[in-house]
Design a protein around this ligand. Structure first.
Ligand code: NAD
Length: 510
């Protein structure tokens, strides 16, 4: 562990959680303890930012912005490329830290860092493709086009469950676009944030641009609330619960700022009678049990066609019985812990509510104990069979609790799938072209992500990522998500000696 911490520039004692163009030695906020959810053991302490430290971060990001926006975009991309290289060199230890501090199994921890590297590569290419459109003017001798400018310093708020990748989805794209930023990570994963900063800061400082990526570890108060109300930040990109997103949307909207919201999901898989059940089994298992059900895209509901419902349920319950729960650093572990004891409590409450609403727990439904990890926050992966969509199923329980509902056809499944407030990820398993296309049609899934013969989780960075309805409507990562990080300007140039007005309007004194 010491070697891992050394390689990431971390200590087991107390370290600063504020970087404003350089590390701030003694930030004025409270000190937060980072714990390993697998064991309950202490990993170290991080001193959070005060309101004054936040101000220092804003000043650093503003100063850097004045220079960074003038750097040609492909040159900005080159610095992002170097950050990606630094991440490549630290992939093993950063991935391990993600596992140790957040609790996802090591292959997923490493996968998260790979996602950072992928989005860095994507952003390098993007830095040469910040395209605007040109259009034909209705006026003679006029040229019209759109161009995209950086927005300014922006705020990034991230959740505990993707403690490093979500920052990079925002940060690398935004940096290529010419923005500078302040990151407020989850106080449950502060060491991951400090480690990321330790990796990218030397790259940026060497080029004189330490103030592009700033960090202010903090709670909702004072750092989060100060940030979202701050008119100097034209964009707040916030990832987390719907509750948090409502607050961010309200405050940022109140000052007519722009918010990019990536909020909770309530994701469903529909399994039709012609589905390949082997494929489906793996898709459901990874979607529901992977990351211990702590992905925004985790599968929470499965709609089973009546013809295969019994067979599939039996196979799924069997598969759940074979899930190895344990220390996420161990190679044979499939499911690690929940993030903390409060998450276990929330899971237990949901499990207890299932029978009161008419459902039945088929397997799991309790805490789990792991030998040698007695202080960890473990639960059993759980399947509930329910006769219909229960009121409880309107909510996202951020844990491995899966509901099975039997349906008669695809239309019923789509109606039930869409009948929740969230709209993030969805999937259908079918070998029938008509069913697949019906699911993907405008009258099909209402989610931001709709898959065929793939589960709900595990998105690639090339596509725009995000969801509709209470999931917040934001889009991050690939495709044209970059437009959220820039301001659009429509320019019209008159190269004649006349001044014709649009719509043929005549206006003048003679
Ligand atoms: P959370 O809402 O408790 O916290 C997320 C972040 O918001 C943290 O940094 C927190 O400190 C901050 N925050 C909370 N209140 C705030 C306020 N008033 N002002 C400013 N900041 C505030 O979420 P969590 O428990 O860390 O993460 C789990 C949730 O995140 C789940 O609902 C999950 O679905 C969602 N999530 C969504 C996506 C997505 O892309 N849609 C990705 C990951 C996680």
């Amino acid at each position: 562990m010491k070697e891992l911490f050394d390689r990431l520039g971390l200590t087991h004692d107390t370290q600063s959680g504020v970087y404003a163009g350089k590390w701030i030695e003694n930030p004025g906020g409270a000190t937060v303890e980072s714990t390993n959810p697998a064991t309950g053991g202490s990993l170290g302490h991080v001193t959070m930012g005060s309101a004054a430290d936040y101000e220092t971060c804003v000043a650093a990001s503003q100063e850097a912005y004045e220079r960074w926006r003038h750097v040609p975009a492909p040159k900005r991309g080159e610095l992002v490329r170097l950050c990606g290289e630094a991440l490549r060199q630290h992939k093993q230890e950063l991935g391990a830290l993600v596992t140790i501090e957040m609790g996802k199994i090591l292959p997923e921890g490493l996968g998260e860092v790979q996602e950072m590297i992928d989005i860095a590569d994507f952003s390098v290419g993007l830095s040469r493709q910040l395209y605007g459109l040109t259009m034909h003017s209705e006026r003679p001798g006029h040229r019209m086009y759109e161009q995209w400018h950086p927005m300014g310093p922006i705020g990034i708020i991230s959740a505990f469950n993707f403690p490093v990748a979500v920052w990079s989805w925002n940060a690398f794209v935004a940096a290529a676009c010419g923005d500078t930023m302040i990151w407020k990570p989850s106080p449950f994963t502060p060491l991951c944030a400090v480690a990321v900063q330790n990796i990218v800061a030397p790259v940026m400082e060497a080029e004189g641009f330490g103030g592009v990526f700033n960090l202010c570890v903090g709670d909702a108060e004072p750092v989060g609330e100060t940030m979202i109300a701050d008119r100097r930040l034209p964009l707040i990109s916030a990832t987390g619960s719907v509750r948090m997103g409502r607050r961010v949307g309200e405050v940022v909207g109140g000052r007519l700022g722009r918010s990019l919201l990536e909020l909770g999901g309530n994701n469903a898989i529909t399994v039709l009678d012609d589905a390949d059940l082997d494929l489906t089994l793996n898709g459901v298992l990874f979607g529901a049990v992977g990351t211990a059900g702590q992905r925004c895209t985790s599968t929470r509901r499965v709609f089973l066609h009546r013809a295969i419902a019994d067979e599939f349920t039996e196979r799924l319950v069997n598969a759940y019985g074979q899930v190895r729960i344990g220390d996420p650093m161990h190679a044979d572990t499939l499911m690690g812990p929940l993030i903390h004891e409060q998450a276990v409590e929330t899971f237990m409450q949901a499990v207890a509510t299932v029978p009161t609403q008419g459902g039945e727990i088929l397997c799991g439904g309790d805490r789990a104990t792991v030998s040698g990890c007695e202080g960890g926050s473990y639960v059993q992966p759980t399947i509930a069979r329910v006769p219909k969509q229960l009121p409880l199923m309107q909510e996202e329980t951020f844990a491995p609790l899966l509901y099975l509902v039997t349906v008669d056809d695809l239309d019923e499944a789509i109606a039930l799938q869409n009948d929740v407030p969230q709209g993030l990820s969805s999937a259908v398993f079918t070998n029938h072209l008509r069913s697949a296309e019906r699911f993907l049609s405008c009258a099909g899934s209402d989610c931001g992500i709709a898959n065929v013969n793939i589960g709900t989780s595990g998105a690639e960075i090339g596509g725009a990522f995000g969801g509709e309805k209470d999931t917040g409507g934001g889009r991050e990562a690939g495709s044209d998500s970059w437009k959220a990080y820039m301001r659009r300007q429509t320019c019209t140039i008159n190269y004649t000696a006349e001044l014709p007005l649009a719509q043929g309007i005549e206006f003048g004194t003679s």
